[in-house]
Design a protein around this ligand. Structure first.
Ligand code: MG
Length: 269
């Protein structure tokens, strides 16, 4: 099931998005959003009679992280290598502030402090329960669903600062969406799910979640052994090879098979 947050110009609402994805991760004109009473993460699935054509609503970030977005660094060997890094011995993680989150179609602002702004297409895990010290074998119990993320990074600042807070923490540096898929289980596929990033229509990243160095249950176990995870927290699971720069005016799309596509444009701040 696809859970979206949307607006028709009034207060944001939650809804279930129906319809079949085409090969580009897009839904047809017949797709509709059936409105829900409240956030299903907290109140369960309460369908309302009200529904809208998908093209008549504006989708918002499907989750507002309650406390944090946890990013995982160097979780694909090819990507670690392309930036001259080794694969870490245990998951390497960092935080992005929840104020960096924006939704599908929202602009990503190019800050004046950087001259090397990169996309990083990533599978995002949305946590559904308060949890701590989750054993890997119970990790799926705390997953609400999956969405798509772009771990936008000021690469020059990542190199010049000793840590990554500024490089990854600017407002708009965490596009999420277009919805939360609650049925997809990337772990169920031996070959993983395909993740591609398109820059102005050209494929620039083409990877599989099967190539993660640390799998999703291991990441949840590792992160939750350090900090309590809250419902609505998000874990970005790392990016495959092919990261690169974006310019003002560029359109960046991250597509994950079975999930959809997240598109944003770069604007001057
Ligand atoms: Mg990343």
């Amino acid at each position: 099931m696809r859970i979206a947050r949307f607006t028709t110009g009034e207060d944001p609402q939650y809804g279930v998005v129906t319809g079949d994805l085409d090969e580009h991760g897009q839904l047809g004109e017949d797709a509709v959003v059936v409105a829900l009473a409240g956030d299903p993460m907290y109140v369960g699935l309460k369908l309302l009679e009200q529904q809208h054509r998908l093209e008549d609503v504006r989708l918002l970030a499907p989750v507002l992280p309650r406390s944090k977005v946890v990013g995982i660094g160097r979780n694909y060997a090819d990507h670690a290598k392309e930036l001259g890094n080794d694969v870490p011995a245990e998951p390497l993680f960092f935080l992005k502030p929840n104020t960096s989150v924006v939704g599908p179609g929202d602009p990503v602002f190019y800050p004046p402090q950087t001259s090397d702004l990169h996309y990083e297409g990533e599978l995002a895990v949305v946590i559904g329960r308060i949890c701590r010290d989750v054993p890997a074998e119970k990790a799926t119990d705390v997953i609400h669903g999956y969405t798509i993320g772009n771990d936008v990074t000021a690469r020059d600042l990542q190199r010049s600062d000793d840590q990554w807070t500024r490089a990854k923490g600017f407002d708009s540096f965490c596009p999420l969406g277009p919805w939360i898929e609650t049925d997809l289980d990337p772990q169920a596929f031996a070959d993983g799910v395909r993740l591609r990033t398109f820059l102005n229509g050209d494929v620039v990243q083409d990877g599989s979640t099967a190539d993660m160095v640390f799998d999703i249950p291991s990441l949840i176990a590792h992160v939750s052994s350090v900090m309590t995870l809250l419902p609505g927290d998000v874990i970005l699971t790392g990016t495959p090879a092919g990261v690169g720069p974006m310019q003002v005016g560029d359109e960046v799309e991250v597509a994950i098979d079975g999930l959809g596509a997240l598109t944003n444009t770069i604007k001057e701040r």
